[in-house]
Design a protein around this ligand. Structure first.
Ligand code: ZN
Length: 319
């Protein structure tokens, strides 16, 4: 899908550098993979090296549950207008990592080996990009949904995958999910996840909690973006006058939820709050002429945003 030839590599680099207004050249790494020609992408934000690492995707049937406040018919029309679906879509997962000051920082973990066969590619794609999973110094978690945290656990034992890393978790999210009363309140399908969180995270000595505005590592700040979950966080990576917003799940797939920010995703805990957060966040990204990276934006998952009618349009870098 993203065949990168020598010529494209040069053109792609130039295109992305222009798009980002970057002084430094942007480089792309094409990793050999069974399904895609390029599953990792490397670029610079000032002095900070950034990596987009494809973790996999899961096919989802398009049903009434996908958007809470729009008809299935309207959702299918919106998907068709974006050139995807309309009966099935791929929900893609892409982890962002940075390397700065000798440290490797992961933003969320994907499923690790806890998901279906079509996910769990993060470790391989890290290695292909020249990042050693065992050398990860910090894992920053955005929120506690399984596609973001499951890679913290070894499937068979619930032991830590990153025992030597500092694991940074949003305090609001940590409090919410570790409340013993939550188990009963959650739908049956979510209870194993809640129990697994409660049996492990509070016992891990390398977990640190953080809040809105925290400086997580030099050049990286936390931004509270609640709505998708109660303690959901996004991140601003800034260096040398350049900025990248790692949005996490401010919205899901861009073709549906960036174009239609008023759609309340079935995964959004608080639809109206998620919409208000989305609009404020995207207006800021545009006003600051920054890049944005989305966990569910496909691959490449990084690019720019523009206003588009009552919504927004995401333009991925050309890789
Ligand atoms: Zn997600």
């Amino acid at each position: 899908m993203f065949e990168i030839s020598r010529r494209d590599l040069v053109l792609g680099s130039t295109g992305a550098a222009l798009m980002f207004g970057m002084k430094a050249p942007v480089s792309f790494i094409g990793a050999a993979h069974a399904q895609r020609a390029a599953d990792s992408l490397k670029y610079q934000v000032g002095e900070i090296e950034v990596f987009s690492l494809h973790e996999g995707s899961v096919e989802r049937a398009v049903t009434e549950a996908m958007v809470k406040n729009a008809s299935l018919d309207d959702v299918k029309k919106a998907l068709a207008a974006a050139g995807i679906g309309p009966d099935k879509i791929e929900n893609p997962y892409t982890v962002t990592a940075i390397r700065t000051g000798g440290k490797v920082v992961l933003f969320d973990t994907g499923y690790g080996n806890n998901g279906p066969a079509t996910v769990g590619k993060l470790a391989d794609n890290m290695k292909a990009a020249g990042l050693d999973p065992a050398a990860v110094s910090t894992v920053v978690i955005s929120h506690f949904h399984p596609d973001h945290i499951s890679g913290l656990w070894v499937k068979e034992t619930d032991a830590q995958v990153f025992p030597n890393a500092e694991i940074m978790m949003p305090e609001v999210e940590f409090k919410y999910w570790t409340d013993p009363a939550l188990v009963e309140k959650m739908p049956e399908a979510f209870r194993p996840l809640v129990k697994r969180i409660q049996a492990t995270f509070p016992t891990w000595k390398n977990v640190k909690q953080y809040n809105d505005g925290a400086d997580l590592v030099p050049g990286v700040k936390a931004i509270a973006t609640p709505g998708h979950t109660i303690g959901h966080m996004s991140f601003l990576v800034a260096s040398g006058g350049q900025q990248l917003f790692i949005q996490s799940d401010v919205s899901g797939i861009h073709q549906l939820f960036v174009r239609n920010p008023g759609y309340f995703s079935g995964f959004d805990a608080d639809g109206p709050q998620a919409e208000a957060t989305r609009r404020a966040f995207y207006d800021r990204v545009i006003a600051e002429k920054a890049m944005v990276a989305g966990y569910h934006f496909g691959f490449p998952n990084v690019g720019t945003l523009s206003k588009d009618g009552n919504g927004y349009a995401f333009a991925a870098v050309k890789a």
